[in-house]
Ligand binder design. Structure first.
Ligand code: PFF
Length: 463
Protein backbone atom coordinates (compact mmCIF):
# COMPACT_ATOMS: atom_id res chain seq x y z
CA UNK A 1 0.00 0.00 0.00
CA UNK A 2 2.68 2.45 0.98
CA UNK A 3 4.72 1.82 -2.11
CA UNK A 4 1.72 2.76 -4.23
CA UNK A 5 1.32 5.98 -2.32
CA UNK A 6 4.93 6.87 -2.82
CA UNK A 7 4.41 7.15 -6.58
CA UNK A 8 4.63 10.74 -7.77
CA UNK A 9 1.03 11.61 -8.82
CA UNK A 10 2.35 13.17 -12.02
CA UNK A 11 3.76 9.80 -13.06
CA UNK A 12 0.65 7.77 -12.34
CA UNK A 13 -0.94 6.04 -15.31
CA UNK A 14 -4.50 4.86 -15.65
CA UNK A 15 -5.01 1.16 -16.24
CA UNK A 16 -7.71 1.99 -18.77
CA UNK A 17 -5.67 4.20 -21.11
CA UNK A 18 -5.82 7.95 -21.68
CA UNK A 19 -7.65 10.45 -23.87
CA UNK A 20 -5.67 11.18 -27.00
CA UNK A 21 -5.87 14.97 -26.57
CA UNK A 22 -7.40 17.84 -24.63
CA UNK A 23 -10.10 18.05 -27.29
CA UNK A 24 -10.93 14.38 -26.85
CA UNK A 25 -11.46 14.91 -23.15
CA UNK A 26 -13.63 18.00 -23.64
CA UNK A 27 -15.68 16.09 -26.18
CA UNK A 28 -16.09 13.11 -23.89
CA UNK A 29 -17.19 15.22 -20.93
CA UNK A 30 -19.46 17.26 -23.19
CA UNK A 31 -20.86 13.99 -24.51
CA UNK A 32 -21.55 12.97 -20.94
CA UNK A 33 -23.07 16.32 -19.98
CA UNK A 34 -25.22 16.90 -23.05
CA UNK A 35 -27.98 14.36 -23.02
CA UNK A 36 -31.55 13.70 -22.07
CA UNK A 37 -31.04 16.06 -19.12
CA UNK A 38 -30.85 19.03 -21.49
CA UNK A 39 -33.63 18.22 -23.91
CA UNK A 40 -35.96 15.82 -22.14
CA UNK A 41 -35.62 16.78 -18.49
CA UNK A 42 -34.78 20.49 -18.34
CA UNK A 43 -37.97 21.71 -20.07
CA UNK A 44 -40.34 19.56 -18.07
CA UNK A 45 -38.72 20.21 -14.69
CA UNK A 46 -38.67 23.95 -15.47
CA UNK A 47 -42.32 23.62 -16.52
CA UNK A 48 -43.31 21.85 -13.33
CA UNK A 49 -41.51 24.42 -11.21
CA UNK A 50 -43.08 27.52 -12.70
CA UNK A 51 -40.46 28.59 -15.30
CA UNK A 52 -38.48 31.85 -14.91
CA UNK A 53 -37.40 31.81 -11.28
CA UNK A 54 -36.45 28.15 -11.58
CA UNK A 55 -34.33 28.84 -14.65
CA UNK A 56 -32.44 31.64 -12.89
CA UNK A 57 -31.74 29.52 -9.84
CA UNK A 58 -30.59 26.72 -12.13
CA UNK A 59 -28.18 29.04 -13.95
CA UNK A 60 -26.82 30.34 -10.65
CA UNK A 61 -26.33 26.76 -9.45
CA UNK A 62 -24.39 25.83 -12.60
CA UNK A 63 -22.09 28.80 -12.13
CA UNK A 64 -21.34 28.91 -8.43
CA UNK A 65 -21.87 25.30 -7.42
CA UNK A 66 -21.70 23.13 -10.54
CA UNK A 67 -18.45 24.45 -11.98
CA UNK A 68 -16.44 24.24 -8.72
CA UNK A 69 -17.75 20.70 -8.19
CA UNK A 70 -16.75 19.71 -11.72
CA UNK A 71 -13.26 21.16 -11.30
CA UNK A 72 -12.89 19.29 -8.00
CA UNK A 73 -13.99 16.02 -9.57
CA UNK A 74 -11.61 16.26 -12.49
CA UNK A 75 -8.63 17.17 -10.37
CA UNK A 76 -9.31 14.36 -7.90
CA UNK A 77 -9.74 11.90 -10.77
CA UNK A 78 -6.54 12.89 -12.49
CA UNK A 79 -4.51 12.81 -9.29
CA UNK A 80 -5.70 9.32 -8.35
CA UNK A 81 -5.94 7.87 -11.87
CA UNK A 82 -8.17 4.99 -10.70
CA UNK A 83 -11.87 4.31 -10.43
CA UNK A 84 -13.64 6.74 -8.05
CA UNK A 85 -13.67 4.29 -5.12
CA UNK A 86 -9.94 3.53 -5.31
CA UNK A 87 -9.05 7.14 -6.11
CA UNK A 88 -10.82 8.50 -3.03
CA UNK A 89 -9.22 5.82 -0.84
CA UNK A 90 -5.76 6.50 -2.26
CA UNK A 91 -5.93 10.28 -2.02
CA UNK A 92 -7.51 10.11 1.45
CA UNK A 93 -4.55 8.07 2.67
CA UNK A 94 -2.01 10.10 0.73
CA UNK A 95 -3.20 13.33 2.34
CA UNK A 96 -2.71 11.65 5.72
CA UNK A 97 -6.46 11.37 6.27
CA UNK A 98 -8.82 8.40 6.02
CA UNK A 99 -9.25 5.74 3.36
CA UNK A 100 -12.96 5.80 4.27
CA UNK A 101 -13.38 8.55 1.71
CA UNK A 102 -13.77 5.62 -0.64
CA UNK A 103 -17.42 5.47 0.43
CA UNK A 104 -18.01 8.70 -1.45
CA UNK A 105 -16.76 6.93 -4.56
CA UNK A 106 -18.97 3.98 -3.66
CA UNK A 107 -22.04 6.17 -3.41
CA UNK A 108 -21.20 7.54 -6.87
CA UNK A 109 -20.96 4.07 -8.35
CA UNK A 110 -24.36 3.25 -6.89
CA UNK A 111 -25.87 6.55 -8.10
CA UNK A 112 -24.62 5.81 -11.63
CA UNK A 113 -26.29 2.40 -11.58
CA UNK A 114 -29.59 3.80 -10.30
CA UNK A 115 -29.63 6.78 -12.69
CA UNK A 116 -28.83 4.67 -15.72
CA UNK A 117 -31.63 2.28 -14.78
CA UNK A 118 -34.22 4.96 -15.61
CA UNK A 119 -32.10 6.91 -18.09
CA UNK A 120 -32.03 3.83 -20.27
CA UNK A 121 -35.82 3.63 -20.33
CA UNK A 122 -36.03 7.21 -21.61
CA UNK A 123 -33.12 6.49 -23.97
CA UNK A 124 -35.12 3.57 -25.37
CA UNK A 125 -38.12 5.88 -25.74
CA UNK A 126 -35.98 8.20 -27.90
CA UNK A 127 -34.86 5.27 -30.04
CA UNK A 128 -38.45 4.23 -30.59
CA UNK A 129 -39.24 7.75 -31.80
CA UNK A 130 -36.54 7.42 -34.47
CA UNK A 131 -38.63 4.64 -36.01
CA UNK A 132 -41.96 6.34 -35.42
CA UNK A 133 -40.69 9.54 -37.04
CA UNK A 134 -39.18 7.65 -39.95
CA UNK A 135 -42.51 5.93 -40.62
CA UNK A 136 -44.12 9.34 -40.87
CA UNK A 137 -46.79 8.74 -38.25
CA UNK A 138 -46.54 12.28 -36.93
CA UNK A 139 -47.11 13.91 -40.31
CA UNK A 140 -50.01 16.32 -39.97
CA UNK A 141 -51.00 14.90 -36.57
CA UNK A 142 -52.67 17.20 -34.02
CA UNK A 143 -51.93 17.43 -30.28
CA UNK A 144 -54.50 14.79 -29.38
CA UNK A 145 -53.11 12.30 -31.91
CA UNK A 146 -49.48 12.79 -30.85
CA UNK A 147 -50.46 12.46 -27.20
CA UNK A 148 -52.29 9.23 -28.00
CA UNK A 149 -49.20 7.80 -29.74
CA UNK A 150 -47.15 8.60 -26.66
CA UNK A 151 -49.67 7.14 -24.22
CA UNK A 152 -49.99 3.93 -26.24
CA UNK A 153 -46.25 3.59 -26.43
CA UNK A 154 -45.49 3.96 -22.73
CA UNK A 155 -48.70 2.12 -21.82
CA UNK A 156 -47.24 -1.14 -23.08
CA UNK A 157 -44.53 -2.56 -20.82
CA UNK A 158 -43.52 -4.98 -23.54
CA UNK A 159 -42.77 -2.27 -26.09
CA UNK A 160 -41.19 0.15 -23.62
CA UNK A 161 -39.22 -2.74 -22.10
CA UNK A 162 -37.93 -3.86 -25.50
CA UNK A 163 -36.54 -0.44 -26.29
CA UNK A 164 -35.03 -0.21 -22.79
CA UNK A 165 -33.32 -3.54 -23.56
CA UNK A 166 -32.07 -2.27 -26.91
CA UNK A 167 -30.68 0.91 -25.37
CA UNK A 168 -28.89 -1.00 -22.59
CA UNK A 169 -27.47 -3.39 -25.20
CA UNK A 170 -25.99 -0.47 -27.15
CA UNK A 171 -24.51 1.02 -23.98
CA UNK A 172 -22.95 -2.26 -22.89
CA UNK A 173 -21.48 -2.67 -26.36
CA UNK A 174 -19.59 0.64 -26.32
CA UNK A 175 -18.42 0.35 -22.73
CA UNK A 176 -17.15 -3.17 -23.44
CA UNK A 177 -15.10 -1.91 -26.39
CA UNK A 178 -13.40 0.74 -24.32
CA UNK A 179 -14.16 4.39 -24.21
CA UNK A 180 -11.68 5.81 -26.70
CA UNK A 181 -12.68 3.97 -29.86
CA UNK A 182 -15.89 5.12 -31.43
CA UNK A 183 -16.98 7.47 -28.71
CA UNK A 184 -14.74 10.37 -29.63
CA UNK A 185 -15.89 10.23 -33.22
CA UNK A 186 -19.54 10.09 -32.28
CA UNK A 187 -19.34 13.12 -30.03
CA UNK A 188 -17.27 15.13 -32.48
CA UNK A 189 -20.13 14.94 -34.94
CA UNK A 190 -23.11 14.71 -32.62
CA UNK A 191 -22.87 17.85 -30.48
CA UNK A 192 -22.48 20.32 -33.37
CA UNK A 193 -25.18 18.54 -35.38
CA UNK A 194 -27.59 18.65 -32.45
CA UNK A 195 -26.90 22.34 -32.07
CA UNK A 196 -27.65 23.00 -35.74
CA UNK A 197 -30.94 21.13 -35.58
CA UNK A 198 -31.98 22.95 -32.45
CA UNK A 199 -31.33 26.24 -34.22
CA UNK A 200 -33.51 25.08 -37.14
CA UNK A 201 -36.22 24.20 -34.64
CA UNK A 202 -35.78 27.55 -32.96
CA UNK A 203 -36.64 29.18 -36.27
CA UNK A 204 -39.80 27.13 -36.37
CA UNK A 205 -40.79 27.93 -32.80
CA UNK A 206 -40.18 31.66 -33.42
CA UNK A 207 -42.64 31.41 -36.29
CA UNK A 208 -45.22 29.60 -34.14
CA UNK A 209 -46.57 32.96 -33.00
CA UNK A 210 -46.07 32.14 -29.32
CA UNK A 211 -42.36 32.79 -29.01
CA UNK A 212 -43.00 35.74 -26.69
CA UNK A 213 -45.04 33.54 -24.34
CA UNK A 214 -42.27 30.95 -24.26
CA UNK A 215 -39.65 33.60 -23.62
CA UNK A 216 -41.71 35.17 -20.86
CA UNK A 217 -42.31 31.78 -19.26
CA UNK A 218 -38.60 31.01 -19.22
CA UNK A 219 -37.17 34.36 -18.27
CA UNK A 220 -39.73 36.30 -16.27
CA UNK A 221 -39.06 35.23 -12.73
CA UNK A 222 -41.89 35.12 -10.26
CA UNK A 223 -40.08 34.43 -7.05
CA UNK A 224 -43.31 34.13 -5.10
CA UNK A 225 -43.84 30.80 -6.87
CA UNK A 226 -40.45 29.48 -5.86
CA UNK A 227 -40.48 26.93 -3.05
CA UNK A 228 -37.42 25.36 -1.41
CA UNK A 229 -38.43 22.15 -3.10
CA UNK A 230 -38.09 23.81 -6.51
CA UNK A 231 -34.75 25.36 -5.53
CA UNK A 232 -33.62 21.82 -4.68
CA UNK A 233 -34.95 20.63 -8.04
CA UNK A 234 -32.99 23.41 -9.81
CA UNK A 235 -29.83 22.43 -7.96
CA UNK A 236 -30.40 18.73 -8.68
CA UNK A 237 -30.91 19.58 -12.34
CA UNK A 238 -27.62 21.51 -12.39
CA UNK A 239 -25.85 18.43 -11.03
CA UNK A 240 -27.63 16.06 -13.37
CA UNK A 241 -27.07 18.07 -16.50
CA UNK A 242 -23.35 18.57 -15.80
CA UNK A 243 -22.95 14.86 -14.87
CA UNK A 244 -21.42 15.78 -11.53
CA UNK A 245 -21.71 14.49 -7.97
CA UNK A 246 -21.36 10.80 -8.79
CA UNK A 247 -17.84 10.23 -10.07
CA UNK A 248 -18.54 10.06 -13.82
CA UNK A 249 -16.42 13.12 -14.47
CA UNK A 250 -13.93 11.85 -11.88
CA UNK A 251 -13.60 8.61 -13.84
CA UNK A 252 -13.09 10.55 -17.07
CA UNK A 253 -10.59 12.83 -15.30
CA UNK A 254 -8.52 9.75 -14.49
CA UNK A 255 -7.79 9.37 -18.20
CA UNK A 256 -6.84 13.04 -18.70
CA UNK A 257 -3.34 13.90 -19.93
CA UNK A 258 -1.18 15.69 -17.40
CA UNK A 259 -0.78 19.00 -19.22
CA UNK A 260 -4.45 19.72 -19.99
CA UNK A 261 -6.03 22.75 -18.30
CA UNK A 262 -8.84 21.65 -16.02
CA UNK A 263 -10.31 25.14 -15.59
CA UNK A 264 -10.50 25.77 -19.34
CA UNK A 265 -12.04 22.39 -20.07
CA UNK A 266 -14.69 22.87 -17.37
CA UNK A 267 -15.68 26.25 -18.76
CA UNK A 268 -16.02 24.83 -22.28
CA UNK A 269 -18.23 21.97 -21.12
CA UNK A 270 -20.43 24.17 -18.91
CA UNK A 271 -21.01 26.66 -21.72
CA UNK A 272 -21.90 23.97 -24.27
CA UNK A 273 -24.19 22.18 -21.86
CA UNK A 274 -26.04 25.26 -20.64
CA UNK A 275 -26.52 26.67 -24.13
CA UNK A 276 -28.11 23.46 -25.33
CA UNK A 277 -30.51 23.33 -22.39
CA UNK A 278 -31.58 26.94 -22.84
CA UNK A 279 -32.00 26.41 -26.56
CA UNK A 280 -34.15 23.34 -25.92
CA UNK A 281 -36.34 25.40 -23.60
CA UNK A 282 -36.67 28.18 -26.19
CA UNK A 283 -37.77 25.60 -28.75
CA UNK A 284 -40.19 23.72 -26.55
CA UNK A 285 -42.11 26.32 -24.54
CA UNK A 286 -43.41 28.36 -27.50
CA UNK A 287 -44.65 25.09 -29.00
CA UNK A 288 -46.30 24.15 -25.72
CA UNK A 289 -48.22 27.43 -25.69
CA UNK A 290 -48.97 27.41 -29.41
CA UNK A 291 -50.65 24.02 -29.09
CA UNK A 292 -52.48 24.61 -25.82
CA UNK A 293 -50.38 22.04 -23.97
CA UNK A 294 -49.44 22.15 -20.30
CA UNK A 295 -45.79 23.05 -19.52
CA UNK A 296 -46.07 20.99 -16.32
CA UNK A 297 -47.05 17.88 -18.27
CA UNK A 298 -44.09 15.84 -17.00
CA UNK A 299 -41.64 13.34 -18.53
CA UNK A 300 -43.61 12.96 -21.76
CA UNK A 301 -43.46 16.68 -22.65
CA UNK A 302 -40.81 16.64 -25.41
CA UNK A 303 -42.28 13.48 -26.86
CA UNK A 304 -45.40 15.47 -27.64
CA UNK A 305 -44.15 18.96 -28.47
CA UNK A 306 -41.39 18.04 -30.89
CA UNK A 307 -43.26 15.44 -32.96
CA UNK A 308 -46.10 17.96 -33.20
CA UNK A 309 -43.78 20.63 -34.51
CA UNK A 310 -42.11 18.28 -36.97
CA UNK A 311 -45.48 16.99 -38.10
CA UNK A 312 -46.42 20.48 -39.32
CA UNK A 313 -43.14 21.23 -41.09
CA UNK A 314 -42.20 20.62 -44.69
CA UNK A 315 -39.59 17.84 -44.65
CA UNK A 316 -40.70 17.06 -41.11
CA UNK A 317 -40.23 13.31 -41.47
CA UNK A 318 -36.56 13.74 -42.26
CA UNK A 319 -35.90 16.42 -39.65
CA UNK A 320 -37.73 14.49 -37.01
CA UNK A 321 -35.85 11.29 -37.72
CA UNK A 322 -32.51 13.06 -37.67
CA UNK A 323 -33.43 14.84 -34.46
CA UNK A 324 -34.30 11.66 -32.59
CA UNK A 325 -31.18 9.94 -33.94
CA UNK A 326 -29.10 12.80 -32.54
CA UNK A 327 -30.94 12.74 -29.24
CA UNK A 328 -30.36 8.99 -29.01
CA UNK A 329 -26.68 9.60 -29.62
CA UNK A 330 -26.62 12.26 -26.95
CA UNK A 331 -28.30 9.86 -24.54
CA UNK A 332 -25.90 7.10 -25.51
CA UNK A 333 -22.73 9.12 -24.83
CA UNK A 334 -24.17 10.08 -21.44
CA UNK A 335 -25.20 6.52 -20.61
CA UNK A 336 -21.65 5.34 -21.21
CA UNK A 337 -20.33 7.74 -18.61
CA UNK A 338 -22.99 6.65 -16.14
CA UNK A 339 -21.68 3.09 -16.40
CA UNK A 340 -17.96 3.80 -16.50
CA UNK A 341 -17.35 4.24 -12.72
CA UNK A 342 -19.00 0.91 -11.87
CA UNK A 343 -17.26 -0.90 -14.71
CA UNK A 344 -13.83 0.57 -13.89
CA UNK A 345 -14.39 -0.44 -10.28
CA UNK A 346 -15.28 -4.04 -11.16
CA UNK A 347 -12.27 -4.35 -13.46
CA UNK A 348 -9.82 -2.98 -10.90
CA UNK A 349 -11.20 -4.67 -7.80
CA UNK A 350 -12.36 -8.00 -9.07
CA UNK A 351 -10.01 -8.67 -11.92
CA UNK A 352 -12.70 -8.83 -14.56
CA UNK A 353 -12.09 -8.09 -18.21
CA UNK A 354 -13.76 -4.93 -19.50
CA UNK A 355 -16.25 -6.97 -21.51
CA UNK A 356 -17.24 -9.15 -18.54
CA UNK A 357 -17.59 -6.15 -16.27
CA UNK A 358 -19.72 -4.27 -18.80
CA UNK A 359 -22.09 -7.21 -19.23
CA UNK A 360 -22.43 -7.86 -15.50
CA UNK A 361 -23.08 -4.25 -14.54
CA UNK A 362 -25.29 -3.80 -17.60
CA UNK A 363 -27.52 -6.73 -16.67
CA UNK A 364 -27.89 -5.42 -13.15
CA UNK A 365 -28.87 -1.97 -14.43
CA UNK A 366 -31.28 -3.48 -16.94
CA UNK A 367 -33.02 -5.40 -14.16
CA UNK A 368 -33.39 -2.33 -11.94
CA UNK A 369 -34.72 -0.47 -14.98
CA UNK A 370 -37.67 -2.83 -15.25
CA UNK A 371 -39.08 -1.00 -12.22
CA UNK A 372 -39.13 2.23 -14.24
CA UNK A 373 -40.62 0.53 -17.29
CA UNK A 374 -43.52 -0.66 -15.13
CA UNK A 375 -43.94 2.79 -13.51
CA UNK A 376 -45.43 4.01 -16.78
CA UNK A 377 -47.95 1.18 -17.16
CA UNK A 378 -48.67 -1.90 -14.99
CA UNK A 379 -47.45 -0.21 -11.78
CA UNK A 380 -48.45 3.37 -12.56
CA UNK A 381 -50.87 3.35 -9.64
CA UNK A 382 -48.32 1.88 -7.25
CA UNK A 383 -47.22 5.02 -5.44
CA UNK A 384 -45.21 5.65 -2.28
CA UNK A 385 -43.23 8.61 -0.87
CA UNK A 386 -42.68 10.74 -4.02
CA UNK A 387 -44.88 8.76 -6.42
CA UNK A 388 -44.09 5.85 -8.73
CA UNK A 389 -40.89 3.79 -8.63
CA UNK A 390 -39.50 6.09 -11.35
CA UNK A 391 -40.41 9.24 -9.40
CA UNK A 392 -38.65 7.89 -6.33
CA UNK A 393 -35.49 6.80 -8.15
CA UNK A 394 -35.40 10.16 -9.90
CA UNK A 395 -35.77 12.11 -6.64
CA UNK A 396 -33.41 9.93 -4.61
CA UNK A 397 -30.58 10.11 -7.13
CA UNK A 398 -30.88 13.58 -8.60
CA UNK A 399 -32.10 15.59 -5.62
CA UNK A 400 -30.36 13.66 -2.84
CA UNK A 401 -27.41 11.50 -3.92
CA UNK A 402 -25.87 13.90 -6.47
CA UNK A 403 -25.95 17.00 -4.21
CA UNK A 404 -24.67 14.94 -1.27
CA UNK A 405 -21.88 13.60 -3.48
CA UNK A 406 -21.15 17.20 -4.51
CA UNK A 407 -20.81 18.39 -0.90
CA UNK A 408 -18.46 15.55 -0.04
CA UNK A 409 -16.36 15.91 -3.19
CA UNK A 410 -15.86 19.68 -2.83
CA UNK A 411 -15.22 19.25 0.89
CA UNK A 412 -12.57 16.68 0.02
CA UNK A 413 -10.90 18.89 -2.60
CA UNK A 414 -11.17 22.03 -0.45
CA UNK A 415 -10.40 20.76 3.05
CA UNK A 416 -8.95 17.23 2.94
CA UNK A 417 -6.49 17.78 0.09
CA UNK A 418 -3.74 20.22 0.95
CA UNK A 419 -3.18 23.43 -0.97
CA UNK A 420 -0.03 22.05 -2.64
CA UNK A 421 -1.81 19.04 -4.10
CA UNK A 422 -4.70 20.98 -5.59
CA UNK A 423 -2.55 23.86 -6.85
CA UNK A 424 -0.21 21.32 -8.43
CA UNK A 425 -3.11 19.63 -10.20
CA UNK A 426 -4.70 22.89 -11.38
CA UNK A 427 -1.29 24.11 -12.51
CA UNK A 428 -1.43 27.48 -10.75
CA UNK A 429 -1.84 29.16 -7.43
CA UNK A 430 -3.07 32.41 -8.95
CA UNK A 431 -6.30 34.35 -8.61
CA UNK A 432 -8.48 31.83 -10.44
CA UNK A 433 -7.14 29.05 -8.26
CA UNK A 434 -7.90 31.04 -5.13
CA UNK A 435 -11.39 31.77 -6.38
CA UNK A 436 -12.04 28.08 -7.07
CA UNK A 437 -10.70 27.13 -3.64
CA UNK A 438 -12.95 29.66 -1.94
CA UNK A 439 -15.99 28.33 -3.81
CA UNK A 440 -15.00 24.71 -3.12
CA UNK A 441 -14.31 25.27 0.58
CA UNK A 442 -17.21 27.51 1.48
CA UNK A 443 -19.75 28.43 -1.12
CA UNK A 444 -20.48 25.07 -2.73
CA UNK A 445 -20.66 22.78 0.32
CA UNK A 446 -22.52 25.30 2.48
CA UNK A 447 -24.84 26.32 -0.36
CA UNK A 448 -25.74 22.74 -1.21
CA UNK A 449 -26.31 21.76 2.41
CA UNK A 450 -28.41 24.83 3.02
CA UNK A 451 -30.74 24.19 0.08
CA UNK A 452 -30.94 20.55 0.96
CA UNK A 453 -31.82 21.11 4.62
CA UNK A 454 -34.31 23.82 3.69
CA UNK A 455 -36.07 21.54 1.25
CA UNK A 456 -36.41 18.69 3.72
CA UNK A 457 -37.66 21.17 6.32
CA UNK A 458 -34.77 20.79 8.75
CA UNK A 459 -33.92 24.50 8.80
CA UNK A 460 -36.49 26.84 10.30
CA UNK A 461 -37.65 30.02 8.50
CA UNK A 462 -35.96 33.11 9.81
CA UNK A 463 -38.92 35.41 9.37
N1 PFF B 1 -25.66 14.80 -17.95
C1 PFF B 1 -26.53 13.81 -18.52
C2 PFF B 1 -27.71 14.51 -19.17
O1 PFF B 1 -27.86 15.72 -19.01
O2 PFF B 1 -28.49 13.84 -19.83
C3 PFF B 1 -26.99 12.80 -17.50
C4 PFF B 1 -25.88 12.25 -16.66
C5 PFF B 1 -24.81 11.60 -17.26
C6 PFF B 1 -25.91 12.42 -15.30
C7 PFF B 1 -23.77 11.13 -16.48
C8 PFF B 1 -24.88 11.96 -14.51
C9 PFF B 1 -23.82 11.33 -15.13
F1 PFF B 1 -22.85 10.90 -14.41
Amino acid sequence: MLSKQAVDPAKRRSLHGHWSSRMAFILAVTGSAVGLGNIWKFPYVAGQNGGGAFVLVYLACVLIIGMPVMISEILIGRRGRRNPVATMALLGAEEGKSRHWQWVGGMGVLAGILILSFYSVIGGWTLAYVFKSGMGIFTGADAAAVTAVRDNFIGSWKVLGSFHTLFMGLTIYVVARGVERGLEQAVRFMVPALLVLLVVLLGYSISSGHFGDGLAFMFTPDFSKLTWDSVLAAMGQAFFTLSIGMGAVMAYGAYLPEETSILGSTAAVAIADTSIAILAGLVIFPLVFANGLDPADGPGLVFVTLPLAFGQMPGGVIFSTIFFVLLSFAAWTSAISLMEPAVAWLIEHHNRTRAQAAVMIGLLIWAVGVGTVLSFNALSEFKFLRGTIFDNLDHLTINIMLPLGGVLITFFAGWVMCRNSTADELGSAGALYKFWRFLARFVAPIGILFVFLKAVGLLPDLS
